[in-house]
Design a protein around this ligand. Sequence first.
Ligand code: SF4
Length: 523
Amino acid sequence: MTTAREKIVDGGAMLHPELRAANDPDAILRDGRRLDHAEGASKRLRPPPDPQPEPQPRGAKVHGNRPVDQAEAAARFISAPEHEKMHDERLWDLRQKRDREMHGIPEWEELRSLASAIKEHTLTRLDEYLDQFEANALSNGIHVHWARDGAEHNQIVHAILRDHSGKFLIKSKSMLTEECGFRPYMASVGVEVIETDLGERIQQLDNEDPSHVVVPAVHKLRTDVAQVFSRTIGTDPGNSDVHYLAEAQREATRPLILGADAGMTGCNFAVAETGTVVVCTNEGNADLSANVPKLHIASIGIEKIIPRLEHLAVFIRLLSRSALGSPITQYTSHFRGPRRGGEMHVVLVDNGRSERLGMEEFWTSLKCIRCGACMNTCPVYRRSGGLSYGATYSGPIGLIIDPTFNARKYSNLPFASTLNGSCSNVCPVKINIHEQIYAWRRVLVERHETPVAKRAAMSAAGALLSRPAAYRAAIAAAGTALAHLPQFVIYNGLNAWGKHREVPHPPKQTFHAWHQENRGVKQ
Ligand code: SF4
């Protein structure tokens, strides 16, 4: 009999012969029998797609310390109109669903305030609650490990797997493990990792990072997914029906889940009073990862601690409503100890969080529950796609977290915002996101982490604005200058402003001149 391991070919790609039916490329067969639940759904719902679907724009992955050029990658995304339109509409739809849910809860604002206060209380006593969590987890029979950074986290997990001769790990979605560079590390030590969340698995098969904290493949069109699956698990490249694709992936992944040596989950909330790890998912994949193999490893960022079980209710009411506009996630699983005959480990990871806790202007970003609502509402994120940020975290929350990891590399990100404040308005834990974005701009300028051209332009503007007489003279001259300037001075490749804008015709009279003439005191 073919084992799950033997079905893995070509670096993780799987080819299941039973997925292919001789006369019907849309059908999914097993043991010669067509699966009922796949039958209707596998029919094409629309005419066959354009033979040349729009290619998916590349992101902005940057290795090393070079600043990520988010604007350049965003321009690439915008120039792929099908992707941009779909992304914008899909995320705005989530935002609208979130608003509907919010209006159904009269005490919504009180819940947000309560959640924010619970987080604030916990973060100011984090050491105490972490100790309490550790003591209770140990008494529940859980092994507890502490990791200073991503490298230590990876080494700890590898050591646990080595002790169990584990070579094959299934895992559910975890942004923390993305932060730690977990999959590349595991590949380097010969451990195979399979993502079990559908979106995350799509991204893994496409060798891309997640582009959103909740919906990792939201930037992809169905045709993009069809291409990825046809390359990796042998589906029909012309069939982009979502049911067909999801079913094919389920069929491809199930045997891997059953054959895994260990399962890994992230953690949404770690309850100090009970030593419980709480994971919220919609696909049930975390439950499979935690319960099918005998060995369960949970990776937990230290800011995920909440004091008591009763506090969980506050966050559970906010999380899914803010994230996807649904009242609750399909699964809210509490892991309180190892399964019978099994073993459970938790790895508590710092990776820069303690340092951030000491940053006066940025520590409240640790309240984040990774709902993604700020991303869904952000006009820049919706139109530029998550991969354009070239970082683990994108969108408004990414703009304030990423520079804490590497201020130089992510120095352009805080400028990718209109500062409209919508992110702060939707945040379920009331993080003042747009104010922190603005604060980062100041900090980056003070640290000379902005481009030379921007620094020169800003100091010239500062000099002009601080001298009223010079400013008025410049404004008075601007009308004449604009009328006679050669076009290329404004509309050239170096001036991003001129790429999508027309300079308006200058008014005949400046506001200052009008005010002096009509209302002002003659000087
Ligand atoms: S910052 Fe707020 S809105 Fe954004 S992901 Fe975190 S909790 Fe959600």
